[in-house]
Design a protein around this ligand. Structure first.
Ligand code: DON
Length: 318
C-alpha cells in the first residue's frame, strides 16, 4: 500500500510536495524551445517536444509527480545501469571491468576511439561499454534482454512495462555505428558468440517504454542500496549501488558529466528519449522527462527541472 505524501512532509525536511513540483514544472514549461528532439533514430523524432513531467520518490517511498505522468517514452541509455547491475551480479565486477574502464569522458555517447587506442571501452555508460555489458549478460537469444526487462519491471513494480517494436526496428535499421563498435569489440576478443543476436538485445533494451514515475523509482532503488521504493529488499546490495552511482556520477551525462556534477552534484543517467533518472544517495529518486535534448544528448528541460529541485532542497552532495 502506498503511503501518503503528507506523512512524508512531516517526517522528512527534504521531502518534496506537490506544490513545489508544480511550480518547478511550470517554470520550465518553455524549456524545450532551445533543445531538439533526437531524430537520428527516425522513430524517436515523432515525440511531442512539449511533453514535460517530473516525479520524486521521497525517502520514505511516497511518490509525488507533476505534468505528463502517463506519457510513455523509451528508456534508451538509462537501461545501461540496469544492464550493468545484471552483468556484475552474474560475472562479478572484476570480470566486467577487466574488459572496460572506470573512466570519465570528454566524448559523446557514441564515441568509440578507445576501442582502437586502449583496446576496450572507456566505461559502461557510453554505447561501446554498454553494448559490451549487455553482451556479457548470460543467456541465449533474447534471454539477456528479458532479464533487463524483468529487472525494470521489478524495480518499478510495474508488470505492464514492455518495449516498443517500432523504436526497436528503427534502432536496428539505423544502428550501424553501434554495429561497427560491436564488431570491433568482437575483433578485440571482448565478445564471442552470435553477433546480431547480442546486438539486438541492446537495441531492445533501449526501446523499453517507461514513464517519469518509473524513472524516479529506478533512481530511488540505486540511491537506497538496491532496495525498492516499497521496501522490498530482494536485491539489496550496497556495494552494487555504490558502483552504479559512481558510474552515473562520472559518465551518466556523458561529456556533460563534469559540469553536471558541478551544478547538480548527484548521480544521474540520461537517455535520448528525453528521460533523466537521478539518485540522491541514501534518500530519494527523481525522474524528469522532456524529449528536447541539448547538444550532448541530455534532456534540456529535464536538466533544468532537476537543477531547480536540487536548489529548492539543497540536494547536491557537495
Ligand atoms: O545507441 C543508441 O544510439 C541509443 N539507442 C541509445 C543512446 C542514448 O540514449 C544516448 N543518450 N543520451
Amino acid at each position: 500500500a502506498q503511503r501518503t505524501a503528507t506523512e512524508s512532509t512531516v517526517r522528512d525536511t527534504t521531502a518534496l510536495d506537490q506544490a513545489t513540483l508544480n511550480t518547478i514544472l511550470e517554470k520550465n514549461r518553455q524549456g524545450y524551445k532551445q533543445g531538439k528532439v533526437a531524430d537520428y533514430i527516425p522513430e524517436l523524432g515523432k515525440a511531442n517536444a512539449q511533453s514535460l513531467a517530473l516525479s520524486v520518490v521521497n525517502s520514505n517511498g511516497t511518490i509525488v509527480s507533476a505534468g505528463d505522468i502517463r506519457q510513455k517514452f523509451t528508456i534508451q541509455s538509462i537501461s545501461k545501469i540496469i544492464a550493468l547491475m545484471i552483468a556484475v551480479r552474474e560475472n562479478g565486477e572484476a570480470t566486467i571491468f577487466d574488459k572496460m574502464g572506470y573512466f570519465g569522458t570528454d566524448k559523446p555517447f557514441n564515441h568509440f576511439g578507445n576501442l582502437e587506442t586502449m583496446g576496450k571501452p572507456l566505461n559502461p555508460m557510453m554505447n561501446a561499454g554498454a553494448i559490451l555489458t549487455t553482451a556479457l549478460i548470460k543467456g541465449k537469444g533474447e534471454e539477456p534482454f528479458v532479464k533487463i526487462l524483468n529487472m525494470i519491471r521489478f524495480i518499478t513494480n510495474n508488470e505492464h512495462i514492455n518495449y516498443s517494436h517500432a523504436v526497436y526496428n528503427s534502432e536496428r535499421e539505423t544502428g550501424h555505428r553501434n554495429r561497427g563498435m560491436f564488431y570491433i569489440m568482437r575483433n578485440n576478443g571482448l565478445i564471442d558468440g552470435e553477433g546480431e543476436e547480442k546486438l539486438n538485445n541492446y537495441f531492445k533494451q533501449c526501446s523499453i517504454e517507461i514513464t517519469v514515475e518509473d524513472l524516479a523509482k529506478i533512481g530511488y532503488f540505486f540511491a537506497n542500496h538496491c532496495v525498492r521504493y516499497d521496501g522490498n529488499r530482494q536485491y539489496r546490495d550496497p556495494n552494487l549501488s555504490q558502483l552504479i552511482q559512481s558510474q552515473m556520477l562520472i559518465a551518466g551525462m556523458y561529456e556533460f558529466s563534469g559540469e553536471y556534477a558541478r551544478t547538480v552534484g548527484l548521480p544521474s543517467k540520461s537517455g535520448v528519449g528525453g528521460g533523466i533518472t537521478v539518485s540522491v544517495p541514501g534518500k530519494m529518486g527523481i525522474g524528469a522527462f522532456s524529449p528536447a535534448l541539448d547538444q550532448h544528448g541530455n534532456s534540456l528541460a529535464g536538466y533544468r527541472m532537476i537543477l531547480d529541485l536540487v536548489k529548492a532542497r539543497q540536494l547536491s552532495l557537495f
